[in-house]
Each structure stands twice: as structure tokens, then as C-alpha cells.
Design a protein around this ligand. Sequence first.
Ligand code: HEM
Length: 153
Amino acid sequence: MLARALHVVAGVLWIGGVGFVTLALLPVLGRDRAQESWFTRFAAFERRFAWIARIMVLVAGGSGFYLIVALDAWDRFGSASYWWMHAMVIVWAIFTLFLFVLEPLVFERVQARIAKASPSRAHRLITRLHWVLLALSLIAVFGAVAGSHGGFL
Ligand code: HEM
């Protein structure tokens, strides 16, 4: 029960943050997308939230792993009707890669370089990336809640 509650709280904070960035922050900052200053402000927000997201990703992964062991649910990964188990792990793996490896080592520099050369192109690329991440995350959440409560898709 505790692991499940922690798992959901971590997911709500982290995916909620992705939703806020995609649906509110990027469109508002995008009003100035012709100027590089939009990116400077965006990077400050992202840096601030990245730490919260990193901690939540660890909590979600740890509690998720615990749930698999406690429910002895390993065999689900061999069944297509448990696609939502795969979806959760894939979403988690993508964010882990982004937050712990790509963002600090590659993305920060690459994004800043693109934003300097063409701020509006950087806005378009970053917005698209966030839409893809948000869509995948919401599909995983939808499937996980439906699947954990007896739903079949
Ligand atoms: C390594 C990554 C993850 C693992 C191992 C994992 C594992 C699990 C397990 C075993 C369950 C319980 C299923 C059941 O009761 O039958 C679960 C539930 C759930 N997970 Fe994950 N998960 C992971 C990542 C995620 C992510 C990234 C999200 C959000 C996008 C997520 C959202 C949920 C939700 C919403 C539930 C349903 C809770 C409920 O309604 O009871 N999980 N997860």
C-alpha cells in the first residue's frame, strides 16, 4: 500500500511538471520566441525542476521495482495484455536517460547553441520534444491505472 501510494505521488509530481512545462510554460515563453531571452528563462525553470524530477524518478523506479517483487509480477513482461507494464518501464527509462545523462552532459549545451543560432527553432524543437514525452507519459498512466484495477485493453 505504501509503495503504491509513493509510486503514484512521485508520478503525479513528475508528470504534472512535464504537463505544466508543455501546456503553460512553453506557450507563454514562446510569445518571445524570436529572442534568445526566452531560452535563458526556460533553462532556469528547467534546472530548478530537474532536481525534483530526478528525485521523483528514483522514488517511482524504486517503489515500482518493489511492487513487482511484492506482487511477483515478473511474468507480466511476457504478456502483451500487460503492455502498460512495459509502457511504465519505457517511460521511466527514457526520463532516466534524459535527466541523468543526456540533459546534464549533452542537451544543455546543444539546446543553448541552437537557441543562440535560432531561438524560434529551439522553441519549436523543445516544444515538440515535451509533447512527445507528455503523450507517452499519459498513455502509461492511463494504462497503468486501468490495468492495475482489472481493466483490459
Ligand atoms: C521502473 C519503472 C516502473 C516500474 C517497475 C513500475 C511498476 C509498477 C507496478 C508493479 C505497479 C502495480 C501494478 C498492479 O497493481 O497490478 C504499478 C502501478 C502504477 N504505476 Fe508504475 N512502474 C514504473 C514506472 C511508472 C511510471 C514512469 C509511471 C508514470 C508514468 C507509473 C505509474 C503507475 C500508476 C499510475 C500505477 C497504478 C497505481 C494504482 O492505480 O494502483 N509507473 N507500477
